[in-house]
Design a binder for this molecule. Structure first.
Ligand SMILES: [Zn+2]
Length: 470
């Protein structure tokens, strides 16, 4: 083991993070690593001794940009291979952000939410949409993807506002960006509009666009006018229409569901029944589902039975739920805004955590950093005591929900996309922002930083403007 100078009689200190010589060889061992077992997949998940956080000690052989072996410490080594001792620090796979809005991101300065409520978030977003020219979308989506990449996020699913006036432009830019970023940040996209907009021929146009673009069909289970509340009178017919459109093009479905404190908002069981009616078991994701937490235990039980039976996967958006829910200028919030994640996990329902909106009217903050989402999710959702299993919500589970091969999970044969933290325990990861993390992309240390905010600002008529639509 590499050591730094020490006083006589004291035990050797592990190598300092700043002194690690990051690999340049095609083939090398990352030795003395520690990996949460819940982030190991395939053969690597075979029994290894776990500590109290569910973390295993491992040596990792990287060969030609791939994970060639994941071994217990002292496991057989091939002679002559470079050995990078990382001093028992944590190594994670690069992470997945399975629910974002790259098309809205970084509009917060030019289109602020005047009071931070959900209602005014919608008003501000609708008012800003005319600014979404192709160059504007390109610049902001690219900014978001560069943030994600620098932070060690290698797969992103974004919802795309899909309205009459935006459908062609937004999906064209999305496809451009997806091609441009493929291999660095793999991108999936979901159409997003209130589901009543899909009822007429516009629904056919949306489904055809999504199918042509390789996306997923989505929507919000509320009316186009109004907030989430009691289910629409014709919700069954609207969902039948949405599922039929999806089935016609063989599209998976990802919905925004019951994003409110209003217990009357209970479309989740209705979506579950529709999924089963249309043969869509295991092909539907529901995001938010906040109001479920405000319903009676009996109602929660009945709904979760249906969700489990329909194989619906849930995405919780803890940072944005905490920002938007229970907001009232006259009153301090009493509720964290999140759905019943622990109860879902106990039933074996797949639950991922994701970032949602970033610096727009729905959420004023964020940096497309799934690790930040994880760290906040641990606190907001009490994903701790034990922490064992928590990292799966931004790794293994979204990999399975979104079928993101080679992301969010370390498996022998997968691309060596890794994050090395200056932390030995998950506790140390949760406790600091990890702004000194090292990202390894297909075996090589990534040398990029999140873009400078100044790139979003420009001089216009002698004034400094943020995110103009040039
Ligand atoms: Zn969303």
């Amino acid at each position: 083991m590499t050591v730094i100078p020490e006083a006589a009689g004291t035990p050797p200190m592990p190598i300092r993070f700043a002194d690690i010589a990051w690999p340049t060889a095609r083939r090398y061992w990352l030795a003395n690593a520690r990996v949460p077992a819940c982030l190991l997949g395939g053969d690597a998940a075979s029994p290894m001794p776990l500590d109290v956080e569910g973390v295993v000690d491992a040596d990792i052989l990287v060969d030609d940009g791939r994970l060639a072996r994941i071994e217990l410490p002292g496991g057989k080594r091939d002679d002559g291979i470079a050995d990078i001792d990382i001093g028992r620090r944590q190594v994670w796979p690069t992470l997945i952000d399975i629910h974002t809005h790259l098309d809205k991101g970084h509009t917060v300065e030019r289109s602020p939410n005047i009071d931070g409520t959900f209602h005014n978030a919608r008003v501000a977003a609708a008012a800003d949409r005319p600014n979404w020219t192709a160059p504007d979308l390109r610049r902001r989506m690219d900014f978001g993807l560069r943030c994600a990449y620098a932070h060690g996020v290698s797969a992103v699913r974004t919802h795309i506002d899909t309205y009459h006036e935006t459908v062609d432009r937004s999906w064209q830019v999305l496809c451009e960006k997806r091609d441009e970023w493929r291999g660095r940040v793999d991108l999936q996209a979901v159409s997003l509009c209130p589901i009543d907009l899909l009822a007429d021929e516009f629904g056919d146009r949306v489904a055809a666009t999504v199918a042509k673009s390789g996306g997923l069909l989505g929507g919000v289970t509320r009316a186009s006018i109004g907030n989430h509340g009691a289910p629409l009178d014709n919700i069954d017919a609207l969902l039948d229409r949405l599922f039929s459109l999806a089935a016609r093009h063989d599209l998976d479905i990802d919905l925004h569901v019951d994003e409110t404190h209003d217990a009357a908002a209970a479309t989740l069981p209705i979506v579950a029944r529709a999924a089963m009616r249309h043969g869509y078991r295991g092909r539907v994701v529901c995001g938010h589902c906040c109001s479920l937490a405000m319903q009676s235990d009996g109602e929660v039980d009945r709904t979760l039975d249906l969700v489990a039976e329909a194989g619906i996967a849930i995405v919780t958006l803890p940072t944005v739920n905490m920002y938007l829910q229970d907001r009232n200028a006259q009153r301090t919030p009493r509720w964290r805004g999140v759905t019943v994640v622990r109860e879902m996990l106990r039933r074996g329902i797949r639950v991922a955590a994701a970032g949602d909106n970033c610096r727009d009217s729905f959420h004023a903050y964020g940096d497309h950093d799934a690790l930040d989402t994880f760290r906040q999710a641990v606190r907001i959702l009490h994903l701790d005591h034990p922490l064992q299993g928590a990292p799966a919500l931004v790794g293994t589970t979204p990999a399975s929900i979104g079928d993101f091969a080679g992301h969010g999970q370390m498996a022998v044969g997968a691309p060596a996309r890794l994050i090395v933290f200056n932390a030995r325990t998950i506790n140390e990861i949760v406790s600091r922002p990890q702004s000194d993390r090292v990202v390894i992309d297909r075996g090589r240390r990534l040398d990029v930083k999140a873009p400078d905010y100044s790139e979003l600002w420009q001089e216009q008529d002698g004034r400094l403007e943020c995110g103009g639509n040039s």
